[in-house]
Design a protein around this ligand. Structure first.
Ligand code: GLC
Ligand code: CA
Length: 585
């Protein structure tokens, strides 16, 4: 196929070899991204599943909120084993979501309102129903055999029985990372579900096909990609056994695929083949579980031409025992500050941060980091302020701007997420835990918390659907919903509007330096942003009791430019209070 490039503008650098950066800051320093999880956003046809027409009907809502970019979780053809993160055709829209024409309409509707569209790029794996995999599994000498990771069973163990897998790696969704294929007598690798076989990025044809598909989307007018588990694509080709922790059924293969040997090479090649020479502002963000801050600098240094920013996971692992999301532990504010502060410092000179409290894989922000009871609105606003005023591009996950909370699910049959269902089965059948124990442990952090439908109004099913929703709507939709908030100047929604506008209007937010203050204060999150001639102080109380943070007293005379209580000229903080001061000099 021929790739049509946008007409190059005279002054553009054009060529991949030219290291010149656009003069001035990157446009995304001042941008806010909003994530839509289409299945749970808005249902237009009453089948209980959110769809593109539903999103189109809410474009004015997004515009009113003020966000600059919409990141759409996958809407491609998919058997929906992992809600669309298992793609069977990269160039079509799944009929449950709509059509390519509707996607075009959505894209135009966003552009018309000054917003951009970023698509999800899921290329660590495909669906097992993708024609590439169907061919690959058809015979050992199929030309696409090598597009995936096929390996012989372990010597001396009956193929297809436990222990015969080529190595000991576990899948992120429980069970081994290998599945035996009778037809050809070999195993294929799947770091996620069985229906998500990993693509073999060592094969240059795989890479060329992926780049071709990305170019196809950019030529259709999309404005960038959020790249799913992109730091998993380069594996140590020897696929050695991984360390096995206490009480674990499987080994941890991540040392052999996390930011693997060729990851930087692959991303630079992708940049060269897909993004170089396109002069319209695009956005690329790599989802990178386990990425280190040192690696993040390399990934996001603009001169290296890899990605604009990464999603890191350190701050969402702090409330899990040794990174195990099924064993929650108390989140310490001092640890949160030390983690996020370290990322701020490391990417101050080179590279760029992204910021999120939540997404479709995480608990709801206000339930996790705030107080979703008595102080729900205050703490939701405080969290918005703290996140958005950092140096980095902030992401808002659908419903967060309404202060939506975690869901209380009853039985395991109320859950839909494959990760939850597989874990529950494994923990109750192989690890000897009771149903009640497993349900209690997974309640706070499981992914379905974020996947209950957006609460639009107080009508049946929160106005999400006229039919029966694919997953229950949170009963608190009767009082937590968009209709009640959009026109209320004191609502969480209105507060999000304010912090988003703040980033647009004040360069000290988009580009100022960052300094963490009071690192040892167990309750107050405090930092300063500054540019020559102007500085901002952010004070935030992460507790339900009053605090008097020990910051420079002269700040009390500065102008308070943002807060979630009526402003008072002092440095005391009420429960979950946020105060932002600005001064010149
Ligand atoms: C990413 C996605 C998650 C998905 C997984 C496998 O982590 O965010 O939802 O299950 O990759 O594609
Ligand atoms: Ca629908």
């Amino acid at each position: 196929m021929t790739i049509q490039m946008e007409p190059a503008n005279e002054s553009s650098t054009g060529s991949e070899d030219n290291g010149e950066l656009e003069a001035g800051r990157d446009w995304f320093h001042g941008a806010v991204v909003y994530q839509i999880y289409p299945r749970s956003f808005a249902d237009s046809n009453g089948d209980g599943i959110g769809d593109l027409r539903g999103i189109i009907s809410k474009l004015d809502y997004l515009h009113t909120l003020g966000v600059d970019v919409v990141w759409l979780s996958p809407i491609y053809a998919s058997p929906q084993d992992d809600n669309g993160y298992d793609i069977s055709d990269y160039r079509s829209v799944d009929p449950i979501f709509g059509t390519l024409d509707e996607l075009q309409e959505l894209s135009e509707g966003l552009h018309k309102r000054g917003m951009k569209l970023v698509m999800d790029l899921v290329v660590n794996h495909t669906s097992d129903e993708h024609p590439w995999f169907v061919e690959s599994r058809s015979s050992r000498d199929n030309p696409k055999r090598d597009w995936y990771w096929w390996r012989q069973p372990r010597d001396g163990v009956e193929p297809g029985t436990p222990g015969a897998e080529p190595n000991n790696w576990g899948s992120a969704f429980s069970g081994p990372a290998w599945d035996y294929d009778d037809a050809t007598g070999e195993y294929y690798l799947h770091l996620f579900a069985k229906k998500q076989p990993d693509l073999n990025w060592e094969n240059p044809e795989v890479r060329a096909s992926v780049y071709d598909m990305m170019n196809w989307w950019l030529d259709r007018g999309v404005d960038g990609f959020r790249m799913d588990v992109i730091n998993f694509i380069s594996k140590d080709t020897a696929l050695p056994d991984g360390p096995r922790g206490d009480g674990k059924l499987y080994g941890d293969g991540s040392p052999y695929y996390l930011s693997g040997p060729r990851i930087h090479e692959f991303l630079r090649e992708m940049h060269r083949e897909v993004f170089a020479g396109r002069d319209k502002p695009l956005l690329t963000v790599g989802e990178m579980p386990g990425v280190t801050v040192e690696d993040a600098v390399l990934f996001t240094d603009p001169e290296r031409k890899e990605v604009d920013m990464v999603f890191q996971f350190e701050h969402v692992a702090l409330d899990q025992e040794q990174g195990n999301k099924w064993r929650p532990k108390k989140l310490e504010l001092t640890e949160l500050k030390s983690s996020l502060g370290r990322w701020q410092d490391a990417l101050a000179e080179r590279g760029w941060n992204s910021f999120y409290w939540g997404n479709h894989d995480q608990a709801r922000a206000v339930s996790r980091f705030g107080d979703d009871g008595q102080y729900r609105e205050l703490s939701a606003k405080m969290l918005a302020g703290v996140l958005h005023l950092h140096r980095g591009t902030p992401y808002v996950y659908q419903g967060e701007e309404l202060g939506m909370t975690n869901m209380t699910f009853g039985a395991i049959s109320d859950y839909r997420d494959i990760e939850v269902l597989n874990h529950h089965r494994e923990a109750t059948t192989h690890l000897g835990h009771t149903d009640a124990e497993v349900l209690a442990a997974l309640a706070p952090l499981n992914r379905d918390n974020a996947r209950t439908p957006v609460q639009w109004d107080a009508t049946r099913h929160g106005g999400f659907t006229t039919g029966s929703p694919w997953i229950s709507v949170n009963p608190n939709a009767n009082h937590i919903n968009a209709a009640a908030q959009v026109d209320d100047p004191d609502s969480v929604f209105s507060f999000y509007q304010k912090v988003i506008a703040f980033r647009h209007e004040d360069p000290v937010i988009s580009d100022g330096d960052f300094t963490m203050l009071l690192p040892d204060d167990p309750h107050v999150y405090a930092y300063r942003r500054s540019l020559p001639g102007v500085e901002i102080l952010v004070l935030a109380n992460f507790s339900g009791s009053e605090q008097t943070p020990q910051v420079d007293k002269s700040w009390a005379e500065a102008e308070q430019v943002l807060g979630n209580y009526t402003s008072r000229p002092d440095l005391h903080l009420k429960p979950w209070e946020l105060k932002v001061f600005r001064r010149l000099g």
